[in-house]
Structure formats: C-alpha cells, structure tokens
Design a protein around this ligand. Structure first.
Ligand SMILES: Cc1cc2nc3c(=O)[nH]c(=O)nc-3n(C[C@H](O)[C@H](O)[C@H](O)COP(=O)(O)OP(=O)(O)OC[C@H]3O[C@@H](n4cnc5c(N)ncnc54)[C@H](O)[C@@H]3O)c2cc1C
Length: 376
C-alpha cells in the first residue's frame, strides 16, 4: 500500500473542514503547506441554508452572501415585532454557493487535495498520525477532525433534545413577503410537545424559505411538519405557491462535553468540537471564529487549549432543562426575552460576547422563578 504525507489533514469537508482549509490558505504565514481534505460522504450535495448574524465589519464570506437583512422579526401571539439589529446584519449563504466557492479555492491551489476515499481508521504514533484509507496510508503531524458519533453523544448525556426543522422554499403567485426582514422565531404556530416556531427567510417579495422548527425530545413526523407548514402559509399569505425545495434536519441540543481533542489526539472541529450552540443550533459563525483561531495556532506553532467550561455552558444547561422538563415555561421565557430585551443585545448574548454585567441586566428582565427552580 502506498503512503503519502501531507502537512495538514482535515477529516470531513463540510462547513468546518472547508472553513478551516480557507483560513489556512489565506493566512499571512501560509507558504504552500500541503493540505488533504478527506470526506467519504459528499455532504456538499445536500442542500442547506446557512444564516448567521455578523457586524458590518469585513466578514470572510461577505462576497458570497446570497441575501442580507438589516431587520429581524419575532412573532408573538398578538403582534409581530420587527426591529433593526444594527450593528449586526443577518446574512444567508446557500450551501451550494459555499461549496462552489471552496471547491474553486481548491481548484486554483495545487497544494490542496480533496478526496472522497473512505477513512478506515486513524491513530497517533510518535507525534505522527497514520490514517488508513480505502486507497492507502496517509501520514501527517497535524490532523483536524469533524468526524463524530451521534449515538455516543446521545447515550452519554442526560440532557439531549433535538432541534428539528422542516421547510419549503417556495415561489408565490403574487408579492406577499416583507423582504426587508427575516423572521427568526414566530411563536404563533401550534405548540405541541416542545417549543415550536416558524422561521422565514424572504429572499424577495415572491420567494422565501419557510421552516417549522421544534425543540423537543421526540421525533416529529413529516406529516406533522407539512400540515403545520401548510396552515402557516395559508393563514399568513393567502396565496398559491410552488415548492422549489425541501429542507429537513435534526441537530442535537445537548450538554454533552465536546472536547478540543479526539480520543486519537486529533484536533476536533465543527459539530465534533461542540461548535453548535446547544440552545440555538447556530454554528456557522462559531466555526468561522474557531477556524481563524486554529489557523493562527498552527502557524504560531501553538497547541490549542482544551475547552474550559464557561458560564455560558451553565446558561445553556438551564435553558435545555427548561425546554426538556417545562417547555411551556421555556416558551414564555423566550418570548419575554425578545419582548423585553433589544434584539442586538440578545444576539450578543447568544454569541457569548456579553459581559457579566450585561447578562445581569438581561436576566433582570426575565421571569427569575423558573430559572432559580432549575438551578436547585
Ligand atoms: C440543514 C441544516 C441547516 C443549518 N442551518 C444553520 C444556520 O442557518 N446557521 C448556523 O449557524 N448553523 C446552521 N446549521 C448548523 C451547522 O452550521 C451545521 O450543522 C454545520 O454543517 C456543521 O459543520 P460540520 O463541518 O461540523 O458538519 P458537516 O457540515 O455536516 O460536515 C461534517 C462532514 O464530516 C463527515 N462525517 C462526520 N462524522 C463522520 C464519521 N463518523 N465518519 C465519516 N464521515 C463523517 C460528514 O459526513 C460531513 O461530510 C444547520 C445544520 C443543518 C443540518
């Protein structure tokens, strides 16, 4: 069997693997180090819509944003509140655009190789990783991995819920959408086992992605999602429409202690490194920040530190407990949060960029009794 060495190997060419590769090859200290991305699954063929908020400063992906909104809306039982989120903006990248962009980067960079070979095993011996693939042995000193085992995460934690969503990208027969604002959460839909809300990304007045999302332990059926979705579209826009695409997924919401390093000693990235915020399912921007950090560590020959558990883990756990054991109270708290706190402060808090003082101000506006009960 042939053995090939690369300076850097990335397992998984998804959102995290591609972003990390991009940060390596655009780093000021990059000198053409060879990079191999190994992904057996061709996940890039599964269409996704990635949204995230960011400040107006330069964003690494601003040239490929498909749409950007300056305002966000939240739907309450008796009204919808639309607000500007300055200094943030909410942007959307289609996974197709994201992967085309990165595959172009690979095409024009001879030091980067992308392969769909199956990874059979990997281990570390004397500071060198040996990766057994279906086509041979790969060696490297710097291994990054987005591989993870969903069953292991589910079985090793007592707080495990799912963010399930199902949606349609639709074209309507007449202009109906308010294209100036994305709807982050519309709580007016039917509440069943968990906390449910609708999510609307209006790309134009006649074109939108509309999703029904549930935070809950049990699996929702496609029939359930479709019936809620149909009712939601009918009651809000009274129009005929054509379904262009369906998007469906289930993202773990858990207090599982993801680690910086895998059992084999590789540096974990993406979902495998806990980059999915447990209480929101957002990961894109956290992955961007982490990729920048990891590329800096590589070029400065620093070993990234193991994660320390911050107070944000504690807040996440409290909300997960409420979502699991008292979903009606969790719904009430989420609604109070968006009613009483300005959206930009909520976004800063979710980004884990707030100070302790700012968090105290935010918590002071929420019903405290329910949180205190969870602590004890
Ligand atoms: C449909 C959907 C929509 C989302 N929308 C948003 C959003 O709007 N905003 C946001 O911030 N986040 C969003 N997320 C969450 C998050 O951004 C994504 O899950 C993101 O893709 C995570 O990046 P990743 O590289 O860890 O995983 P992936 O992009 O899934 O890539 C991981 C790759 O590694 C492979 N792999 C993993 N484990 C193994 C294994 N054991 N063996 C072999 N191969 C393996 C996978 O097949 C895949 O190719 C969304 C997630 C989904 C599923």
């Amino acid at each position: 069997m042939n053995t090939t060495n690369y300076d850097i190997v990335i397992l998984g060419g998804g959102c995290a693997g591609m972003q990390l590769m991009y940060q390596f090859i655009h780093h000021a200290q990059y000198k053409g180090e060879s990079i191999l991305i190994l992904d057996p699954n061709k996940t890039y063929l599964q269409s996704k819509s990635w949204c995230f908020w960011h400040t107006n400063d330069t964003h690494p992906y601003q040239t490929i944003f498909n749409t950007t909104w300056n305002n966000l809306s939240i739907g309450f039982l008796n009204e919808t509140l639309e607000n500007a989120i300055h200094p943030y903006r909410y942007s959307f990248i289609k996974s197709e655009t994201f992967f085309d962009f990165h595959f172009d980067e690979i095409k024009y960079n001879p030091s980067v190789v992308y392969s769909n070979d199956a990874v059979l095993s990997f281990e570390k011996k004397d500071n060198q990783f040996m990766i057994q693939t279906s086509q041979g042995i790969i060696t490297t000193t710097d291994l990054y991995s987005s591989f993870w085992m969903p069953n292991e995460v589910e079985n090793k934690t007592n707080l495990y819920l799912k963010q399930q969503f199902y949606g349609w990208e639709i074209h309507t027969d007449k202009p109906v959408f308010n294209a100036s604002s994305a709807t982050l959460m519309d709580f007016t839909i039917e509440q069943t086992q968990g906390v449910n809300f609708a999510y609307v990304l209006p790309y134009s007045t006649q074109h939108a992605l509309i999703e029904i999302t549930g935070f809950c332990s049990e699996d929702y059926s496609v029939d359930f999602f479709e019936s809620v979705l149909k009712k939601y579209i009918e009651s809000n826009w009274h129009c005929s429409y054509q379904i262009i695409k369906t998007e469906q997924a289930s993202i773990p919401m858990t207090n599982f202690a993801f680690k910086r390093f895998t059992n084999e000693g590789a540096i974990a990235i993406g979902t495998a490194a806990g980059m999915v915020k447990p209480t929101t399912g957002y990961a894109f921007n956290r992955i961007t920040r982490d990729s920048i950090l990891l590329a800096n560590h590589f070029f400065n020959k620093e070993i990234p530190a193991e994660f320390t558990h911050t107070r944000f883990k504690f807040y996440d756990r409290l909300l997960l407990q409420l979502l699991k054991y008292s979903p009606a109270k969790a719904l009430h708290i989420l609604m109070q949060l968006f009613r009483r706190v300005s959206y930009k402060h909520v976004l800063r808090f979710i980004d884990e960029d707030s100070s302790l003082f700012q968090e105290a101000l935010l918590f002071a506006k929420l019903p405290k009794k329910d949180f205190l009960k969870q602590i004890f």
